[in-house]
Design a protein around this ligand. Structure first.
Ligand SMILES: [Zn+2]
Length: 692
């Protein structure tokens, strides 16, 4: 009786969301209480020292997608998962277009100086002497053999080329030297821009102002990139189409249907390659012409000039055009009550070299998280829903492994996936960062309250301290692209979250992103690896066990209304007529239904009316799917989500179909897109229509 009284009192204390204190969205109080010891167990089982020993295994050798080593690691993952007690552990093969480098040479013709194009070994990091590091390259680059002067194009964005044109510098047929920009802009966008301007080839170099000595101590003394470090990476246009370019929208399987790769909308026709500032400096020193505007200056002690160089560069880039097998590893803990409802945890395994942070910190975390769930199962716990653990291959190429699996399992994922929780790089520092659809934001904050942060207190406390002037920790809801959640969100309409601990990190995609970097600099003691594992595990457990999925669509609808304001402003600025009233009305109804759905579910769960809880749960599961339109975006039909899509820079475009119609000043298209968006929001709100 007293207990019931306490519950009643607690129910009357509202918080910001209207969830009574102690209650947890998605759960009855009794169930949330029952879950606590399980959460404690997961937290205690996940150990930093285990993360460290796993991390050493994955970072011992280079393991690029398609390599023997990465296949061996797939086998290792499978073997471990079986030992942990995971079920149905499979290596799933996908034959995909996966070119590797054959030649990369650059010679200054006049001085006959051959650039090194290699990263120098560092005595403090034995792995940097490894003989299998391979030729640095940009995946999906075109081939080139050209002798031409070089021009400096700053970050290689469209406005940079505009400035060069104004200054009378002709880039056509020349080699463009661009620096990687921080904050990060996807290198594929630089390639596309270079391609549009008719350059002969693009060299992407790491300027010390961005990730080198201008930032602080360089490796091995600090986290930043030393003189010869260079950033490998794909330049594929996967903002048009991720995954195997030969199978847009369906999975690549042996004996399946394939289109020619060359004609895919994701294939660059320009050649590009990465370079260190140690090499780029030799070119920059030979630049003639006027000095650059102040914002274009990098951190090297020389006068940056627009170019062209006084000396020509002979550049050879050649890749094979091979199809190679990649291997996802998928294992599960089958749900006792609801085997067809899935919670998916994923991380990619392939790395450009050793992948110290990217992705092996995440892989080590995934292994330890899977082990902890195995232990929990051994202690007698049975998951209510199915937990799926996935080790993706070839993320670095074009999000390939996750995309092919998502396409393969599309039907089952769309019928039953509650959420996809992605961890790519788990730990390069101590700042917790979460990106997710707005419906999951509050859930992610709730989980953070109950997971300890290595510096003391909860992850929530530390996360809140990171965000100045905010009342609550900020979840990035504008989802672009750049990791394995893309297929789940943009193609399948599954709610996604992407999690990481961030920090100063200047060795991204270089040979120095190694075990030693993480062990000595990024996360000594592996406490953040463990914290991420604990967070990931508690989040997955809650989704697996909840009475109804805690998706907050009132928050989502409010967010969409902010996007509508922005879109209206954009249209006004461009002089485009747009009447957003129908979408706004639909968004309001959606917001209302989202709020009601959770209110109904809370009451029903408290009253033990499980039939009603179930109705709400089923509705909530359909909402993200309802935001897809089968026709997709204009020119890139694979992208079906009408609220989010990546821009070519990987930054998020919100309301992409409508925004693009406005930007194109296509009045009739604008009208159609308003209708399409209105229908999507109506579908979303009718999925959670309050019932009798
Ligand atoms: Zn990664």
């Amino acid at each position: 009786m007293i207990r019931n009284l306490v519950i009643l009192v607690l129910l009357l204390i509202p918080t910001t969301l209207g969830v009574p204190q102690n209650a947890r969205e998605g759960f009855s109080l009794a169930k949330a209480d029952k879950l606590k010891p399980l959460e404690t167990r997961l937290v205690q089982t996940i150990r930093p020292e285990n993360c460290r020993s796993q991390h050493r295994i994955f970072t011992k050798e280079p393991h690029m997608a398609g390599s023997v080593r990465n296949y061996e690691l797939a086998q290792y993952v499978a073997k471990q998962w079986k030992e942990y007690g995971l079920e149905d552990v499979q290596l799933i093969e996908h034959p995909v277009y996966l070119p590797w480098p054959i030649r990369y040479e650059a010679t200054l013709v006049g001085s006959n100086e051959k650039l090194s194009l290699k990263e120098d070994p560092i005595p403090q990091d034995k792995d940097s002497y490894n003989k299998d590091v391979g030729i640095p390259y940009c995946a999906y680059s075109a081939d080139v053999d050209v002798t031409a002067p070089v021009v400096y194009v700053n970050s290689g964005n469209p406005e940079d080329y505009d400035l060069l044109a104004q200054r009378g510098v002709d880039v056509r047929g020349k080699i463009a030297l661009a620096r990687y920009s921080m904050p990060y802009s996807y290198r594929g966008f630089k390639a596309l821009t270079a391609q549009r301007h008719g350059v002969a080839a693009l060299l992407l170099y790491s300027d010390p102002a961005e990730d080198g000595y201008k930032k602080g101590e360089v490796y091995p003394r600090g986290p930043w990139g030393p003189a010869s470090h260079l950033q490998r990476g794909g330049i594929v246009y996967d903002f048009n189409l991720p995954g195997d370019p030969r199978t847009p929208g369906w999975a690549s399987v042996r004996g399946g249907r394939f289109l020619p790769a060359e004609s895919a909308v994701s294939m660059p026709t320009v050649a590009a390659a990465p370079m260190s500032y140690k090499d780029a400096r030799r070119i920059l020193e030979k630049m003639t012409g006027p000095s650059v505007p102040a914002e274009w200056r990098g951190g090297l002690p020389l006068t940056y000039r627009l170019g062209p160089t006084s000396d020509k560069l002979h550049l050879v880039i050649q890749n094979d055009k091979k199809v190679r097998s990649i291997w996802n590893v998928v294992g599960r803990l089958r749900g006792e009550e609801r085997p067809d409802e899935w919670v998916v945890l994923g991380n990619h395994r392939d790395a450009w070299v050793f992948g110290g942070v990217d992705p092996s910190s995440g892989t080590a975390t995934l292994m330890e998280t899977a082990r902890a769930f195995g232990e929990l199962k051994r202690s007698g716990w049975k998951p209510r829903r199915t937990l799926i653990f996935a080790s993706w291959d070839a993320e670095e190429f074009t999000l390939t492994g996750s995309t092919e699996w998502g396409e393969l399992e599309a039907e089952r994922l769309q019928a039953g996936a509650l959420a996809y929780l992605n961890v790519d790089s788990s730990s390069s520092g101590s700042s917790f960062t979460a990106a997710a659809v707005p419906a999951l934001a509050e859930f992610l904050r709730e989980v953070a309250r109950d997971v300890p942060h290595p510096s003391g207190g909860s992850i929530y406390d530390a996360w809140l301290r990171q965000t100045k002037d905010a009342k609550e920790p900020i979840v990035t809801t504008r989802l672009g692209s750049g990791s394995d959640y893309t297929v789940f969100l943009n193609f399948l309409g599954v709610p996604v979250a992407d999690l990481t601990f961030d920090g100063p990190y200047g060795v991204y995609h270089s040979v120095y992103d190694s075990f030693n970097w993480v062990d000595r600099i990024g996360d000594p003691g592996y406490r953040y690896h463990a914290a991420m594992g604990r967070y990931w595990a508690v989040a997955a457990l809650r989704l697996s066990e909840c009475d109804y999925v805690p998706l907050d669509y009132a928050a989502y609808a409010q967010e969409v209304q902010r996007y509508l304001d922005e879109t209206e402003q954009l249209a006004r600025g461009l002089g485009v007529d747009v009447d957003l009233r129908p979408v706004r009305d639909a968004a309001k109804v959606w917001e209302n239904n989202g709020r009601l759905a959770l209110e109904v579910a809370r009451k029903a769960v408290a009253a033990g009316d499980m039939a009603r809880v179930e109705r709400v749960h089923r509705g909530l599961m359909k909402v993200e799917r309802a935001l897809l339109d089968p026709e997709g975006l204009v020119g890139r039909p694979w992208f079906k989500h009408l609220i989010y899509a990546p821009r070519p820079t990987y930054k998020a475009s919100v309301l992409p179909a409508l925004t693009e119609a406005i930007e194109a000043r296509d009045q009739s298209r604008v009208k159609l897109e308003v209708e399409r968006l209105t229908r999507a929001l109506k579908r979303a709100s009718s999925a959670i229509e309050p019932g009798p």
